[in-house]
Design a protein around this ligand. Structure first.
Ligand code: SAJ
Length: 423
């Protein structure tokens, strides 16, 4: 199979870097997105998302003529679908973006095309995608009915890149390739070999779907273990950071780090795709999700407790005299991404409930997100140390880790990341 033209549907955090990397390997790339502003930005050689070095790669790809963006799909040899798969209110997966993508590319499909679903998906979604395509194009044959002889190949190849390291991980990570037939897998592997230096490991579509969900559920479960330990240790008056460091000296123990909760769009979402398919069996996976989702509320309680402790010591004061400083708003350290951030949620809740002053220290942003924290002040660390009575450490950005614990010795401290309380 020859792939001269590759179309990427969905130009977000995964689709845009993927499109740019194909273009950097001199494939003709057509990026498709429903967001006209994103399309216009990319066609100017600029980017609408934040990812290190991506601006340079996109700029080069557009100016050299290998990448263009459009809102309307055009014919291509291969189509990669990288659209969001959120969950609905009842934690059921919402496949509506995949369905729209399928219906939008169906009119331009031609015999010999390869369709790859990259979006993280519940088991069975690739077959569902192939069904939607078959419904829209009864003149073409698809693998679910015609196997190896089908006109169109369909595969699931989940993305597994870490935000902040996308360009490196896209090239270096191994890739799991799940074709609906062995021919589909071989075609998809050949396409990824254009830029993937890791191994392209072949399986079937359902296993590939489950593999991606398993990776993120594994991480979620391990973070939940650490978060649960932190809450247990608080009850037992044990320093959880010291405890974890000691336990990790065992050759077969490797506990992750507790935090203020699990954010981002992947780890807090994907385990639900397993739970919604197999609720009876997925007890541990559901429990881990519940532990991680409960952590921000626990942190808010800890902050209230710290204010209470302060007022016990200074009974002449009232809550409105207490200044709280929240350190960090992003969903993980050393990035500026606040989407689905437990730290942002905690700071917002504290700002809403606390009658006194609330300061925010977030070295990765220039202004506070519109609306949510309008009563708060964005300040630097020094100002926060000088003014705050209670400090709530939420995200362990590098500048915070570089600050000596000495600075907070006179404050009431809730340290969800062990920045100043680890021994
Ligand atoms: N976190 C902790 N403690 C830890 C590690 C992480 O509380 O010890 C928190 C972070 O602060 C953050 C959340 O977990 O709020 C998730 O961060 P992360 O760095 O674990 O993962 P993401 O969401 O940035 O990216 C994950 C990655 N998956 C795995 O590591 C298994 C990435 O490879 C996936 O491609 C990505 O999800 C995705 O798109 O699915």
């Amino acid at each position: 199979m020859e792939f001269n033209t590759v179309s990427v549907i969905g130009l977000g955090y995964i689709g845009l870097p993927t499109a740019a990397v194909f273009a950097s390997r001199r494939k003709q790339v057509i990026g498709v997105d429903v967001n006209q502003r994103a399309v216009d930005t990319i066609n100017r050689g600029e980017i609408h998302i934040i990812e290190p070095d991506l601006d340079m790669v996109v700029h080069a790809a557009v100016t050299e003529g290998y990448l263009k963006a459009t809102a309307t799909p055009e014919p291509a040899d291969a189509f990669l679908i990288a659209v969001p798969t959120p969950f609905k209110d009842n934690y059921e997966p919402d496949l509506s973006y995949i369905e729209s993508a399928a219906r939008s590319i169906a009119p331009v499909l031609a015999k010999g095309n390869l369709i790859i679903l990259e979006s993280t998906s519940p088991v069975g979604a690739t077959e569902q995608l192939a069904e939607w395509l078959a419904e829209a194009r009864p003149d073409l044959t698809f693998p679910q009915a015609h196997g190896e002889d089908a006109d169109i190949c369909v595969a699931h190849c989940p993305e597994r890149v870490l935000p902040g390291h996308v360009l490196r991980e896209l090239v270096q990570n191994d890739r799991v390739i799940g074709g609906m037939t062995p021919k589909c897998s071989a075609a998809a592997a050949a396409l990824y070999k254009t830029f993937v230096e890791g191994e392209c490991v072949i399986t079937n579509a359902r296993t590939a779907e489950m593999c991606k969900l398993t990776e993120n559920s594994f991480r979620d479960t391990n973070i939940a273990f650490a978060n649960e330990l932190s809450m247990i240790c608080r009850e037992l008056n044990i320093n959880v950071w010291e405890l974890i460091e000691l336990a990790n000296r065992h050759p077969r123990v490797n506990i992750l780090q507790p935090g203020c909760g699990v954010g981002g769009h992947c780890i807090a979402v994907d385990p639900w795709f397993i739970v919604s398919k197999t609720p009876e069996q997925a007890k541990l996976i559901r429990g881990a999700r519940e532990v991680n989702d409960s952590k921000p509320l626990w942190v808010i309680q800890q902050a209230k407790q710290a204010v209470g402790d302060f007022l016990m010591k200074y009974p002449a004061k009232s809550a409105k005299d207490v200044t709280i400083a929240c350190f960090g708003l992003t969903f993980k350290p050393d990035i500026d991404d606040m989407r689905e951030s437990p730290a942002l949620r905690i700071a917002t809740e504290i700002a809403k409930e606390h009658p006194g002053k609330v300061l925010i220290v977030e070295p990765n942003i220039d202004e506070l997100p519109a609306g949510k924290l309008s009563e708060c002040q964005l300040v630097n660390q020094e100002a926060a140390f000088a003014q705050a009575d209670v400090i709530v450490m939420l995200v362990d950005h590098k500048p915070f880790r570089e600050t000596a614990a000495e600075k907070v010795k006179n404050h009431y401290l809730v340290d969800t990341r062990g920045v100043w309380t680890a021994q």
